[in-house]
Design a protein. Structure first.
Length: 162
């Protein structure tokens, strides 16, 4: 059995032959048209079954993606909770570092700037499409000893696992 492209080419060939015959439909052309139409129907139905199977696969894949995303989210939340528990316990007991043969748990100091974008002066902002405070510039100014209205420098202790 031909594919749909071949069926189309055969149909065009039959049509051209019909035109060349002045529109006269010979018994051979009529038989060829019937066979061609029948092949097209069978092939089209087969193609549509494949399409329906693929659509079903896509539906199943979408459901599996949602399930896996929920698993990922759940595990990420569990990781965050476990890290916070270890961090809290280490802070409670005043432990700064835990070392074993396979890993090291300690605190790493980091700084972050918290900013109220509406309160920060324009000289500390980058203007693209919206007012965006330049946190690096603000951090530099605060670290040099100057105050920036609407901004503060926070010291964070992030749990580090190696």
């Amino acid at each position: 059995m031909s594919n749909i492209y071949q069926i189309q080419q055969d149909y065009l060939s039959i049509t051209n032959e019909l035109i060349e015959n002045g529109g006269e439909l010979s018994p051979e052309l009529e038989t060829a048209l019937v066979i061609n139409k029948s092949e097209l129907q069978q092939k089209a139905v087969a193609y549509i079954y494949v399409v329906k199977n693929l659509e079903s696969d896509i539906s199943t894949i979408d459901e599996e993606i949602k399930r896996l995303q929920a698993l990922k989210s759940s595990r990420s939340k569990t990781i965050d909770k476990l890290k916070e528990t270890v961090k809290s316990a280490m802070n409670l007991f005043g432990v700064e570092e835990i070392k074993t043969a396979t890993l090291k748990i300690n605190f790493r100091k980091s700084e972050s700037v918290e900013v109220d974008p509406d309160a920060v002066l324009d000289m500390y902002c980058n203007f693209k499409t919206v007012k965006t405070p330049d946190k690096a510039k603000i951090k530099e100014v605060i670290k040099s000893g100057d105050a920036v209205f609407g901004a503060s420098l926070n010291i964070n202790w992030n749990l580090q696992i190696k």
